[in-house]
Design a protein around this ligand. Structure first.
Ligand code: NAD
Ligand code: UGA
Length: 469
C-alpha cells in the first residue's frame, strides 16, 4: 500500500496533478516540493486567490486537501526519503546555451532531481517521469540512480501528462487516457501496476494504457506535435482564405464534420503559444537530426515556421491597415496569456506581436484580466535580453509598453485594438462606448475570431479577422 507520494516541481503540472491525486486518494499523503521558496509560499497562502497558478476549479480542490493530505514545502530531502513514489514534474525548457542550443530539451533540472533522489533515498522507490522528456531519458535517470551504489531498487516509469492549461482540473478528473510506460521486466511491470492502482481510484481501467518506456516518452512528444500541426495547418489555410474570399471558420467547420478529420483543434488564430508545443517539436527536430533523419526533422520544423509566420503576418497586417505606419500610434493589446483561463504567458503570441509593433515605434497598451504588469514587462525584458539588447535599449523600449488594470483606459483614444487571447469577457465589453472613445477609423484586429464582425461593423468599426477578407 502506497502511503506517501512526493512530487518534485510545484508548477502548472505538479500543483494541479498532485491536488487531484490528494483529492481522490485521501489515505495517501502527497508532498509537493520545489526549490522556489516564493512559489511554495504562494501555494501555502491562506488567501486562495494568491495561489501561484490560476486554473478554474483548482482553488476549491486545494482548499479541501491542503493541510490534510496535501502539503507544499521546500524540504526536498525529507520528502524524498519518506516517499514510496516520487514524481518528477520539473521544467524541461529548450536549451539556451551550448550544444543543442535553441532546439534540444535542457535536462539539467531533471538530472538534478535524479541526483537528489539518489542522494537522499534510503529505501526502494518508484520514480515517475511526469515532465515531458526526450525519448530514452528514463535510461539516463536510471543510470544516475544506480550510480549511488546503495542497495536500493529504483524503478523508473514514464507517465506523461496530457492536461491543457485552463482546463487542467477537468482534464485530470476526466482524461482521455493515462499512459504508463515501464520496463517489461517483472519488477518494471509491478511498478506500473502500483501506479495504475492510484489512477484506478477515479479513471476507468480501460483508459489506462501500459506500454514500454520509450513508446510512452515518444507518445507524449508526438501528441503535442500532432496537435500543433493541426493549428499550423489551419493557420496556413487562413492565409489562403484572406486572399481568396473564403472564410477559414467556414472551411474548418466543413472539414471538421468529416469524422476522420474531427472538429477539435481547428480554430485558426494569431498563432499557438504556451510552454510546450514549440519546445516539444524542437525537441523532436533535434532528435531526428541526431539520428540523421533530416527529412523528418524538416517536416516537423515547418510547423514552427508556419506558427512564426502567422504571428508575423498578424502584426504586419496591423501596420498595413494603419496606413503603413504605427509610429507613435496607440495600439491596444487585449489579452496577454497564451490562451484563456490561465495566467501563463510563456511563448504567448502577444509577446511577439508587441515586439514587432514596438520595433515599428508603436505605443502598446495592454490589458489582461489575469496577468499583471510585472509579468508582462518581464516577458518583454526576457525577449529583448535574448535578442542582445543592452539595459538602456531595453528601458527605452519598455517606455512604449503601458499595462492597464482597466480595459477601457487601455482602449481609450486607441488607433487599433488587437485581440490576442480569447478571454470570454472581451465579448461582453461595451463596444458602443469603446467606439466613441477611439481614434477613427477605429480598427479591431481579431486574432481569435471571437467578436461579432457584423455587429461591430454596424457600430462603425473596421474589423479585420484571421482567415477572411
Ligand atoms: P513549471 O516551470 O511551471 O514548474 C516546474 C517547477 O519545477 C518550477 O517551480 C521549478 O522551480 C521546479 N524545479 C525545477 N528543478 C527543481 C529541482 N531540482 N527541485 C525542486 N524543484 C525544481 O513547469 P510546468 O509547466 O509544470 O511543466 C513541467 C513539465 O511538464 C515540463 O516538462 C512540461 O513540458 C510538462 N508538461 C507541461 C504541461 C503544461 O500545461 N504546463 C502539460 C503537460 C506536460
Ligand atoms: C497542450 C496540449 O493540448 C496538452 O495536451 C499538453 O499536455 C500540453 O500542451 C503540454 O504538454 O504542455 P496547452 O499548451 O496548455 O496544452 O494548451 P492548448 O489548449 O493545447 O493550446 C495551445 C495553444 O494553441 C494556445 O495558444 C491556444 O490558443 C492555441 N490553439 C489551440 C489554437 O490556436 N487553435 C486551436 O484550435 C487550439
Amino acid at each position: 500500500m502506497i502511503k506517501n507520494i512526493c512530487c518534485i516541481g510545484a508548477g502548472y503540472v505538479g500543483g494541479p496533478t498532485m491536488a487531484v491525486i490528494a483529492l481522490k486518494c485521501p489515505e495517501i499523503t502527497v508532498n509537493v516540493v520545489d526549490l522556489n521558496k516564493e512559489r511554495i509560499e504562494a501555494w501555502n497562502d491562506k488567501n486562495l486567490s494568491n495561489l501561484p497558478i490560476y486554473e478554474p476549479g483548482l482553488a476549491e480542490i486545494v482548499s479541501k486537501t491542503r493541510g490534510k493530505n496535501l502539503f507544499f514545502s521546500t524540504d526536498i530531502e525529507k520528502n524524498i526519503d519518506h516517499s514510496e513514489i516520487i514524481f518528477i514534474a520539473v521544467n524541461t525548457p529548450t536549451k539556451m546555451y551550448g550544444e543543442g542550443k535553441g532546439m534540444a530539451a535542457d535536462l539539467k533540472y531533471v538530472e538534478l532531481c535524479a541526483r537528489q533522489i539518489a542522494k537522499y533515498s534510503k529505501s526502494d522507490k518508484i520514480i515517475v517521469e511526469k515532465s515531458t522528456l526526450p525519448v530514452r531519458t528514463a535510461e539516463t535517470i536510471q543510470t544516475i540512480l544506480e550510480s549511488c551504489e546503495k542497495k536500493i531498487n529504483f524503478q523508473v516509469l514514464s507517465n506523461p501528462e496530457f492536461l491543457a492549461e485552463g482546463t487542467a482540473v477537468q482534464d485530470l478528473l476526466n482524461c482521455d487516457r493515462v499512459l504508463i510506460g515501464s520496463k517489461q521486466s517483472k519488477s518494471g511491470l509491478m511498478a506500473a501496476k502500483t501506479l495504475e492502482k492510484i489512477y484506478e481510484r477515479w479513471i476507468p481501467k480501460d483508459k489506462i494504457l501500459k506500454t514500454n518506456v520509450w513508446s510512452s516518452e515518444l507518445s507524449k512528444l508526438t501528441a503535442n506535435a500532432f496537435l500543433a500541426q493541426r493549428i499550423s495547418s489551419i493557420n496556413s489555410i487562413s492565409a489562403l482564405c484572406e486572399v481568396t474570399e473564403a472564410d477559414v471558420d467556414e472551411v474548418a467547420n466543413a472539414i471538421g464534420l468529416d469524422h476522420r478529420i474531427g472538429s477539435k483543434f481547428l480554430k485558426s488564430s494569431v498563432g499557438f503559444g504556451g510552454s510546450c508545443f514549440q519546445k516539444d517539436i524542437l525537441n523532436i527536430v533535434y532528435l531526428c537530426r541526431f539520428y540523421n533523419l533530416y527529412e523528418v526533422a524538416e517536416y516537423w520544423e515547418q510547423v514552427i515556421k508556419i506558427n512564426d509566420y502567422q504571428k508575423y503576418r498578424f502584426s504586419k497586417n496591423i501596420i498595413f491597415n494603419l496606413f503603413n505606419t504605427v509610429n507613435e500610434k496607440k495600439i491596444t493589446i487585449l489579452g496577454w496569456a497564451f490562451k484563456k483561463d490561465t495566467n501563463d504567458t510563456r511563448e504567448s503570441a502577444a509577446i511577439y506581436v508587441s515586439d514587432h509593433l514596438i520595433d515599428n515605434l508603436a505605443e502598446i497598451h495592454v490589458y489582461d484580466p489575469k496577468v499583471n504588469k510585472s509579468k508582462i514587462e518581464n516577458d518583454m525584458k526576457y525577449l529583448w535580453k535574448n535578442k542582445g539588447l543592452n539595459h538602456e535599449e531595453i528601458e527605452k523600449k519598455l517606455s512604449c509598453l503601458i499595462v492597464h488594470s482597466d480595459p477601457y483606459a487601455a482602449m481609450n483614444d486607441s488607433h487599433g485594438i488587437a485581440i490576442i487571447t480569447e478571454w470570454d469577457i472581451f465579448k461582453e465589453f461595451d463596444w458602443n462606448k469603446i467606439y466613441l472613445d477611439m481614434k477613427k477609423p477605429a480598427f479591431i484586429f481579431d486574432g481569435r475570431n471571437i467578436l461579432n464582425k457584423q455587429a461591430l461593423t454596424k457600430i462603425g468599426y473596421e474589423v479585420r479577422r484571421i482567415g477572411s477578407k
